[in-house]
Design a protein around this ligand. Sequence first.
Ligand SMILES: *Cc1c(COP(=O)(O)O)cnc(C)c1O
Length: 355
Amino acid sequence: MPYQLNEKLRGLTPYDPIEGEYRIRLDANESFLPLPPNVRAQLQERIACLPFERYPDPLCGELCRAFAGYYDIDPAYVTAGNGSDELISILTGSFLMKGQTVATLEPDFSMYRFYASAAEMKTVSIPKEENLQISVDKVIDACRAQRPDMLIFSNPCNPTGQGLAKEEVRRLITALEDVLVVVDEAYMDFWDQSLISEVIRYDNAVLLRTCSKAVGGAGMRLGFAVANQQITNALRAIKSPYNVNSMSQAAGACLLSHKQELQQAKETLIAARQELQAGLERLAGAYSQLCVYPSCTNFVLVALPHTKELFDYLKSNGIVVRYMGRYLRITAGNPEENSTLLQQIENFLAHDATV
Ligand SMILES: *Cc1c(COP(=O)(O)O)cnc(C)c1O
């Protein structure tokens, strides 16, 4: 018999970011701000004199210290990854035992289930409320009934844009003492309910952060896990030793040490999202078929009857957003991009209302 791909692999296709050149890309929740010139200059100097013939630092010492410095925590409890995607893949895979169960909330970031399934873990999904919020009581009940080994969710959530107050997250972690609770705070720079300064106090919690969103370093592929000493030791032991290359380590250390520039960039991104949200809400006031969800992130989720038609219309006008069935997820762009987008959506809605 010739070699055949196994069942698990047969139906898979590579992750397909939308192909082609588009004028306005609002589909991946990246920052629209390029690196500040002083940071870029410093970074170039650093990279020019790296010892490329040597393996990188397996524990990413300088990088973790810069991350810890930015968030005012102790670097002893920080593990760096090749994007937080790698850390999600490790946590939902090799960190668990074969066949253990990972619980996710729905809707949430699709990679949790993807990586858990790829590692042949069992998955259970716990639905959110009609308004896409999380009912902590229901999640606790569902976990008590289904007994997962891990619960992983994003806070604030991609794609809903909504967040769970820190008191509620604490309640979840405390109630589920035999479940490892992974809180993915990829968008927490845009909100103020982080558990980053207290997560090491819990026996059963891991917090994830990334440089891909507010920090504006998606191309560097840098993510971080923060957890108590025992979990941190295990994560560092099970990850691949040279998971973060020396260029990314140097670039991340450099970027994260520019606290003032990062704070300023964050304010700009938040203002852009507020502007986008206000514009969408104005449109929802005029066109009742449009529903706009609240957001504490750098994107806004909307629902309307003809999402696919609007998605295609925007694409044909050089704008890409994220199509998600009943919803479109729209990343806040710069002021010009936002106003072009809002104009195009209005054109579509005005026409859609008449047919
Ligand atoms: C963007 C995003 C990440 C970041 O992934 P990286 O691999 O660090 O780029 C993680 N979790 C969620 C929910 C995200 O939206």
